[in-house]
Design a protein around this ligand. Sequence first.
Ligand SMILES: Cc1cc2nc3c(=O)[nH]c(=O)nc-3n(C[C@H](O)[C@H](O)[C@H](O)COP(=O)(O)OP(=O)(O)OC[C@H]3O[C@@H](n4cnc5c(N)ncnc54)[C@H](O)[C@@H]3O)c2cc1C
Length: 511
Amino acid sequence: MKGQSDRVVRQIVIVGGGTAGWMTAAALARKLSGTRANIRLIESAEIGTVGVGEATLPQIREFNRMLDIDEADLMAQTSATIKLGIEFRDWGKAGDHYVHPFGVHGEPIGPVDFHHHWVRENARGRAEDFGSYCLAIEAARHQRFDLPPENPASLLHAYTYAFQFDASLYAAFLADYATARGVDRIEGKVIAVDSDGETGFIQSVMLESGQQISGELFIDCSGFRGLLIEQEMATGFADWSDYLPCNRAFAVPCKIADPVGPFTRSTARSAGWQWRIPLQHRIGNGHVYCDRYISDQDAVDLLMKNLEGDPIAEPKQLFFRTGKREKLWNRNCVAIGLSGGFLEPLESTSIDLIQSGILNLIALFPEKQCAASDVDEYNRLMDLEYDRVRDFLMLHYVLNQRDEPFWRDMREMEWPTSLGEKIEAFKRRGIVPQYDHGLFQPASWLSVFIGQNLLPETCDPRVDAISVADRTNQLEHIRRTIDNRVGQMSGHLAFLEKYRATYSGAAEDAA
Ligand SMILES: Cc1cc2nc3c(=O)[nH]c(=O)nc-3n(C[C@H](O)[C@H](O)[C@H](O)COP(=O)(O)OP(=O)(O)OC[C@H]3O[C@@H](n4cnc5c(N)ncnc54)[C@H](O)[C@@H]3O)c2cc1C
């Protein structure tokens, strides 16, 4: 019988050195330090990385904290700005705008959540725009930012933040981190994979140079191609393009003309949407679209016509298919990053899904034989995460009131039951999904429901326990508290300077 030490995974091979590969390498180097694990990462300069990815979610700060990374240093090296949320323009109908914030709206009044009171007051024509009761939104609108208090005096002062940065600089930062902690970086192109005929476990990969690299656990971070998980293991792909049909994008950076606000912007276009992500030294832009409704030429023209400053590179076209592998962990191979799946960048979820993949892998770190119970649990957790992201992304599309054929079809498509139930619960009684943990808590759903003009038919009957006058006063108090707080905050750029987080790299393409 084998002793425990024979069962421990010691040889870990990561294929791919994009954001996914280096996040994985850095996290494993940190969390497996002190064990005798040998981590090797293979990347190919000839193949390169996908080269896009700029907006993140607040959870990335926990990841950086886990690695003991100094935030100001990271921001300076990745040209990062602060992100307090995403502004959606023209998504309900042309002229509409709202922000999905990294913070909450108002605070409960009596026993009832704030939004029920807002709905009641709004029906009387007495409420301000829903966003004006949220500190993160008001700060974003006024281009202001200070670090959130650790223990806010009230919910009205609570918010969090993420970054807008250059993901390839983030990968480079993490590559230095990981190699300094013993990760072995191997430059070369994988041209063959050798698997055990009986178990199907990957045993080694071969590089173009002829070098053979063997391992016990393989992490596929090879991007859309899914070199190990699909090309070798034929795991299968759950295609979600009926639900999220956008399948192409053009991306282009431009010079800064408008203020570098602490938020990402998404503007609906005739057959998709356009992003604007301000970094310290340039603006990232892209047009995500569905090729069944607009030609490539029209798509790129629309993007270039809507840049705020001169382009500083040629537009780059990207092709993708929304969906995920049937299993993100198959035998001794775990797919993390684009090799595992992609759900379009509307809510900046890709890097977060990489993070979840890594954290779940660390929590369920296997023995050599990769017990089915660990593999199944990993796949269950990741499926849950992907399903929730898919539903939340779809929500933006299905709740539109626009006229173009793309938008009409999006409205009329068949929804997954899980999404239909959530929309129905809100529409009838203002009930919002509440998860124990994970992405997209009630504040997120509320901002899209209300921002895209879906209001509940009835609300919590307990709102009537509060007099009309008390409710009006409370709403006014909340708004004034938020206004006052925003008035005391630093300007966003002044904050970056004060925090010594200003870009320290070469900025020859800056405005
Ligand atoms: C249009 C668009 C916009 C996006 N915007 C955002 C965003 O705002 N926010 C966000 O979180 N995410 C965004 N993403 C997703 C984000 O870009 C990716 O999640 C992230 O960059 C991780 O990519 P990756 O590391 O999985 O793959 P890649 O960057 O493609 O890296 C793959 C790696 O594998 C290596 N490789 C491949 N084949 C071989 C081989 N045979 N041998 C050796 N090495 C090999 C490559 O050299 C490379 O190092 C966006 C994606 C797209 C398409």
